[in-house]
Design a protein. Structure first.
Lengths: 232, 276, 212
């Protein structure tokens, strides 16, 4: 029961979804409607499970004093503060359990949750990803080396696109006559993106779709069952 | 000096030069012009030709990490939609998208002080489970969005009268920085319910979406990255933050090309040296 | 007080920005601290929005306002609680039921949607008349599109060893993929630089007031 019943559940859900696409009438449309609404609620709990899991993992690291445990403590404290403030006074859009906290807002200038979002979450998130600009520049210097015909193709395309997507690209080839406008760098860059790039991306897309369709079928038919975990 | 510390120094030099190359044009703008590409024009055309009073969806499927690219797009497209008198439903498939939507609306509303919440625009908030939520909106918008973010019931929001399913939406505009995002909207809204889909995405994911702009019209134009955002600003005649930042973007691109050139010269010399 | 708090907020943002940038020098305690704070804030943010925008309107409010009319929602709520039982080793197996429902539903949706959007529509979009285009460059482009797609898909066909003449389309496929990767690199450069511009704009504008 612990293994086979979930497999039957997965099979029924998968079949209902597929059938409802071909027979969009009763009872399938009602079944899919209900299933989708249930799905969204279950996902809500799944997100909660994820956060509990993170909480547990941090507590474990702190309790066992693993290397750098104080960083995990800081993570845990920030999690609790943001969560409590969010639930008590809500967010810019939502009312919290204690209402909108007008007095706190007057003191802070915004709700505490939004204050943390604007001044901590936003800069952390944006800066974290902006670091990659430096690493891309470093990678361009170190790894973008001419080695073979294929690497030449890669590099020439990259150079055209990098230049074509700037204002300099247009300026550099602004002297090209109208009849040769194809060679104008922004146009050449657009051509590469519209045709050869699209061809390759489409090939990847078709191949990946075949893989996804295959693995979905394996899940529905119960051949792929690793998501159930082990019996231990 | 060891090879390792040499390489570390090179890294730091690259970092510092890039930092300066990006900062300088922000302080001293060059005023470079940009050219409009076909895909940006297609997105503009969709919004431009959608009739007055149509109800449209702006889905903020992004987070603050990509706001430099996506926020100017969101603001320009929202400005365009408002100027065409379209009624905008804001929603988000990413939780952080709700705040991004607020920021965009707050900025654009300064140009349209008469626009009223509930009549001209509404925010339905974050929807979990991406593709399933969109698919469910194909059966009933109200079921997925029982209330807006203020807690007002769907049936009591004036601009949503007559909007039963996603088929009643004139177009969907997804500002997307990953999954769920444009792809999910194409799969359900466009390919299943025939609602046109357009959008803006980060430059890094744009090439993967180009196959959807095809004879099947799966995607009606796409804004990819800051350059496309500045192109859109040019199309609507409203110079915004993307246009201002394009100078720094252009300088950094040229610098990176320079790094590639220097790297290749260095590699060539090393190869020649080792042969000798 | 608001003025002080907004200044404090600004300095907090500056502190976090430089803490993350400090990683460029080397991994250090400030970066590690900021990284963990980011993880904590991120997780809490996700949870708060899930609670207010999903669990409240779609479950809690519905059940509290009209319990009898929405009694069926107790089923997904129960399944949700079964999902939470995963945290205890002895009751872990309960979570298999909601997981199976999620996986089965997702598999069904993926199967149908990917077949339509990423397989059939893409194949249809490749079956075009290349000569229907208005300009010579578009006609050449259409040919490249058709050849590139077929050769690219052929390259991903691993069931048979590709040698001799049968390796030619595969080789062509690789060339198209290389062009696409080059283009993607160009776009990646653009994306990453944009993010850096955003942060520098914050430092120069909001913090130092050097630019307007």
């Amino acid at each position: 029961m612990k293994r086979n019943l979930p497999l039957i559940f997965a099979f029924i859900c998968g079949i209902v979804v597929v059938a409802s696409d071909f027979i969009p009438h009763r009872p399938f449309n009602l079944m899919i409607d209900t299933l989708q609404n249930w799905f969204m609620i279950i996902v809500g709990f799944a997100i909660l499970l994820g956060q509990i899991s993170l909480f547990q993992s941090n507590i474990y690291k702190i309790q066992h004093k693993v290397s750098g445990w104080y960083y995990y403590l800081a993570g845990l404290i920030s999690f609790v503060i943001m969560l409590v403030l969010g639930l008590l006074w809500g967010t810019q859009e939502y009312q919290g359990l204690l209402g909108h906290g007008l007095a706190v807002q007057a003191w802070l200038g915004s709700k505490p949750f939004d204050y943390l979002f604007d001044n901590a979450y936003l800069p952390l998130s944006a800066t974290m990803f902006s670091l990659l600009a430096f690493f891309v520049a470093s990678a361009a210097y170190r790894a973008f080396i001419i080695r073979s015909f294929e690497s030449n193709l890669l590099m020439i395309t990259a150079i055209i696109v990098i230049l074509g997507r700037t204002s300099f690209g247009g300026m550099l080839t602004s002297w090209v006559p109208e009849s040769y406008s194809f060679w104008h760098l922004p146009n050449l860059s657009d051509f590469i993106m519209e045709y050869p790039n699209t061809a390759a991306q489409r090939a990847i897309m078709i191949s990946a779709a075949l893989g996804i369709i295959g693995s979905s079928l394996r899940i529905i038919l119960g051949i792929e069952r690793s998501y159930l975990g082990s019996d231990k | 000096m060891s090879a390792n510390s040499n390489s570390q120094t090179e890294r730091w030099i690259i970092f510092v030069v890039l930092f300066v190359a990006v900062a300088l044009p922000l302080v001293f703008p060059l005023g470079l012009k940009t050219e409009v590409s076909d895909y940006t024009k297609m997105a503009w055309d969709l919004i431009e030709t959608t009739p007055d009073s149509s109800v449209v969806i702006f889905s903020f499927d992004c987070d603050p990490s990509t706001m430099t690219e996506l926020q100017p797009m969101a603001e320009s497209m929202l400005y365009h939609a408002f100027s065409r008198n379209q009624k905008v439903i804001a929603m988000a498939l990413w939780p952080q998208g709700v705040q991004m939507a607020d920021m965009a609306f707050n900025t654009v509303k300064t140009s349209f002080p008469d626009k009223q919440y509930g009549i001209d625009y509404v925010n339905l908030g974050y929807k979990v489970s991406g593709i399933v939520a969109i698919q469910a909106m194909g059966q009933s918008m109200e079921e997925v969005n029982p209330t807006d973010i203020a807690g007002t019931k769907y049936s009591e929001i004036p601009m949503l009268k007559g909007i039963v399913t996603i088929k009643d939406i004139a177009y969907v505009n997804s500002l997307s920085s990953g999954v769920p995002g444009i792809k999910e909207w194409i799969m359900i809204a466009r390919d299943t319910y025939k609602t046109p889909v357009t959008g803006g995405t980060t430059a890094v994911s744009a090439p993967g979406f180009f196959p959807y702009i095809n004879s099947q019209k799966q995607l009606s134009g796409l804004l990819g990255g800051l350059k496309a955002a500045s192109e859109y600003e040019m199309l609507i005649g409203r110079i915004g933050s993307a246009t201002v930042k394009m100078d720094a973007q252009s300088t950094a691109h040229v610098l990176i090309l320079l790094f590639i050139a220097i790297g290749n010269v260095k590699a060539y010399r090393a190869k020649k040296g080792s042969k000798k | 007080m608001t003025g002080f708090m907004s200044t404090l907020g600004l300095w907090m943002a500056v502190f976090f920005t430089f803490s993350i940038f400090s990683f460029l020098y080397k991994d250090n305690p400030l970066y590690k601290l900021s990284e963990q704070i980011f993880v904590g804030l991120s997780a809490a943010y996700w949870l708060v929005y899930t609670f207010f925008s999903m669990m409240m309107p779609n479950l809690i409010v519905k059940l509290s306002s009209d319990f009898k009319g929405n009694i069926i929602l107790l089923i997904p709520a129960t399944l949700g609680f079964m999902m939470l039982l995963r945290i205890f080793p002895k009751t872990q197996w309960f979570s298999r039921f909601p997981i199976a429902i999620m996986i089965g539903t997702s598999a069904g949706i993926n199967m149908v949607r990917y077949t339509k959007s990423d397989l059939l529509s893409q194949v249809s979009a490749t079956m075009i008349n290349p000569f229907a285009a208005a300009t010579t460059s578009a006609i050449i482009g259409n040919f490249l599109l058709i050849i590139g797609t077929i050769c690219g898909v052929y390259f991903f066909y691993f069931s048979k060893k590709q040698e001799g003449m049968s390796a030619v389309p595969s080789k062509l496929g690789i060339w198209f993929l290389m062009i696409s990767f080059g283009a993607s690199f160009g776009y990646t450069v653009m994306a990453r630089v944009s993010l850096l511009i955003g942060r520098l704009e914050f430092l120069l504008k909001d913090w130092l007031h050097i630019i307007k």
